[in-house]
Each structure stands twice: as structure tokens, then as C-alpha cells.
Design a protein around this ligand. Structure first.
Ligand SMILES: [Zn+2]
Length: 372
């Protein structure tokens, strides 16, 4: 395997919307003592050789003998500093993926980590773990909801060691609850085979897919829509702001009333929080928006990234057009995930604690700034 194989497989997965939304996911290749891992803020679909950060694997291994503070912020910044030190010379202006340590401990040369909606139908559902065991048995590992970064690497390392004791081999498929999947192999063909196996197996259980077909409506003249847009514009006045509107069969069904909105009313994964917010604002009618907006922004000290208007549709909001577009894209991904959870006992969102961690996480703030 050569560096170009890493670039090729990264682009192929990155360009496939069934696997990657909004530049999420990351890949790596181990070449002797060097780990090439995707840099933070780089999109897999367009990645080239320069998009990877060369990491010294001896320095990464040394991180495991360090002791870090218990407190989250202090711990994550100390680990980040050590990760930065583990970059090879010439890589000083790059920032390795937050999952670098996890990539490094998987004992295969090639690792492709993605967040497919189909896989997340399993990882974000009430009975996901049981369904995973039924489908994959000992072929895969299930990692319960864990904060990303250092702690996730610790939990996976421990689970991999137990797996090896139990089965005598290393695990190549790792499901992360409310996050996505890691697949590892020594060759691109192995990654492809494992991924298609995983996707096919989960697909056999799917009962319904989100339907994004367009809906017939008189919506151009819709008074509700016009009124909502004016209120949103007023709320955002003074700062450069963009809104992207979404209405289709699935969205219309979800915004029919607050009960129908429940399957997309919170966050499934960290990416959903970063791009679409952890708490979409649902309003009954445009007239209710000013008060709801005020309560939201005063209570949470930030603006909503997604506003759903009953009977009308969803608005993605952001300081740039791209940010507003991403808010809508991740909302649609939530709708996909929600439909895929149906055979597995329905939605299971991230916990309030998990959501708070991401909302506060410096690394994610950095990523959101870079890619939007
Ligand atoms: Zn991830």
C-alpha cells in the first residue's frame, strides 16, 4: 500500500453521501513509525497528500504513560498539547484529527472512520447494542456513548484488549454509540469488503427511509413562510446572517406538530451538534417566534442553528451561507437517522452531559470555525 492509496480511499468515502456528510469522518495509514492521519478541518472528499498530518508513532505511544488532569477542559488541552508535540517536523502548521490516538492504537495499517446515517440508525437507537450483537456477533465491538478525544481512545483501547483476550484476534469493526463507525484493515480492499458487509447487514433490517421528495404546495405565497422569514431577519439583524429553507415530504411530516418533531428534536451525534445545534427551536406560528427566540438566546447565550415552523418547514441559520446550508444538511441527516432507528426500538439521543461536552469542546469549536 502507498500514500496514494490512502488519498484515493479517503476521497472515495468522502465523496459518497451515504458515508460522509459535511466533511465529517477521518482516515489514517500507518507506515512503519509514521502515522498519516487526516488533519482537522480538512474535507475527506477533496483531501490530497498535504491534508494528512505525519505523526511520530513513538511519541503517540508515549502519551499512554502520561497522567492527565481529571477535569475535562484541562485534560483535553493537555492531551492536545502532547498530540501537537507528536507531529513530525515540517507539520507544525497542521492539526491532527481529534481521533488520532484512536487511529494509532488500531493494529491495522489502514483505518477509515465515517458517520453513515444507516450505521447511525443502529448506533443512535434504543436497542442498537442488542441489534448489533444479533447482526454481527463477535465480529464487531460496541462502544457505549463516550466523549470524543482522549477518553474515547482510552475506552476503545480497553475494549480492544478484552476482545483480544476473548477471541485471540484484533477487532476490525467498531461501532460507537451516538457517533459512527471505525473500520480497520491492512489493505483498501479489506476496508471496502468490511464496509459493504456492514451496510448490507444493517440494510436487511431497514423498514423505512426518509423521503426527501418535493411536496406540492402553494408555499411560495405561504403567509406563514413570509412572516417567519421577516421575523428571522429581524432576529439576526445587525450581523451578517443567512437562512436556508427546507421543505420536502419528510420535513413536512416532521414539522406537522411538536409530537411529530420528537425524532429530530435533539442531537444524535457530535456532528449534528456542531453543524445543526443540539436544540432545534420548534415554533407553532411566526407570531410566537420573537418570544421563543428571545428565551432561547437569553437562556443559552447562543442563537439556534435550526428553526422549525409548524406546518411549514425548517430554516437552517448561520453567520455564513455555508453554515446555514450545513445546518439544514445535518438536520436532514438527523431525519435519515431517525427513520433508520425505527426497526431498532426508535431514537436514542446523546445524553445531556454528552451534549454539554460537545457544546463546550474547544476542539469542536475549532473544527466548526474551519469548515464553516
Ligand atoms: Zn467521528
Amino acid at each position: 500500500m502507498r500514500m496514494q492509496d490512502l488519498v484515493d480511499i479517503s476521497r472515495r468515502f468522502g465523496a459518497d453521501p451515504d458515508y460522509v456528510v459535511a466533511g465529517g469522518g477521518n482516515t489514517s495509514w500507518k507506515d512503519g513509525n509514521v502515522l498519516y492521519v487526516k488533519g482537522s478541518g480538512t474535507s475527506l472528499a477533496e483531501i490530497g497528500v498535504d491534508g494528512f498530518v505525519r505523526m511520530d508513532r513513538k511519541a503517540l505511544a508515549a502519551i499512554w504513560s502520561n497522567r492527565y488532569p481529571e477535569e475535562e477542559d484541562a485534560r483535553e488541552s493537555a492531551v492536545l498539547a502532547d498530540l501537537m508535540t507528536a507531529r513530525m517536523s515540517g507539520e507544525e502548521n497542521k492539526r491532527p484529527s481529534v481521533e488520532t490516538l484512536l487511529h494509532d492504537i488500531l493494529p491495522f495499517t489502514l483505518v477509515v472512520h465515517t458517520h453513515p446515517a444507516l450505521v447511525n440508525g443502529l448506533t443512535c437507537s434504543a436497542q442498537g447494542e442488542r441489534a448489533m450483537i444479533d447482526l454481527f456477533g463477535e465480529e464487531a465491538l460496541w462502544i457505549p456513548l463516550t466523549n470524543p478525544g482522549y477518553i474515547l481512545a482510552v475506552v476503545v483501547k480497553d475494549a480492544m484488549e478484552k476482545y483480544r483476550k476473548r477471541t485471540g484476534k484484533a477487532c476490525q469493526i467498531i461501532f460507537l454509540q451516538n457517533h459512527g463507525i471505525f473500520v480497520a484493515s491492512d489493505a483498501p480492499s479489506g476496508i471496502n469488503a468490511l464496509y459493504s458487509r456492514v451496510m448490507k447487514k444493517i440494510r436487511t433490517k431497514v423498514t423505512r427511509e426518509a423521503d426527501f421528495s418535493s411536496v406540492q404546495s402553494s408555499f411560495g405565497e405561504s403567509e406563514a413562510f413570509g412572516a417567519a422569514l421577516r421575523v428571522l431577519a429581524a432576529a439576526y439583524s445587525g450581523s451578517p446572517a443567512y437562512s436556508v429553507f427546507r421543505r420536502d415530504t419528510e420535513t413536512a411530516k416532521l414539522v406537522a406538530d411538536e409530537a411529530a418533531f420528537a425524532p429530530v428534536s435533539s442531537a444524535y451525534t457530535p456532528d449534528h451538534i456542531v453543524y445543526s445545534g443540539s436544540d432545534p427551536l420548534f415554533v407553532e406560528e411566526p407570531a410566537a417566534l420573537p418570544a421563543a427566540w428571545k428565551a432561547f438566546t437569553e437562556g443559552k447565550k447562543r442563537a439556534p442553528k435550526l428553526v422549525a415552523l409548524r406546518g411549514t418547514g425548517a430554516f437552517g441559520l448561520g453567520g455564513t451561507e455555508k453554515a446555514a446550508q450545513l445546518a439544514v444538511e445535518l438536520f436532514m441527516d438527523s431525519a435519515k437517522v431517525a427513520a433508520f432507528t425505527e426497526p431498532f426500538g426508535g431514537p436514542r439521543f446523546m445524553t445531556a452531559e454528552g451534549i454539554a461536552f460537545i457544546n463546550n469542546w474547544e476542539v469542536e469549536r475549532y473544527r466548526s470555525k474551519i469548515s464553516t
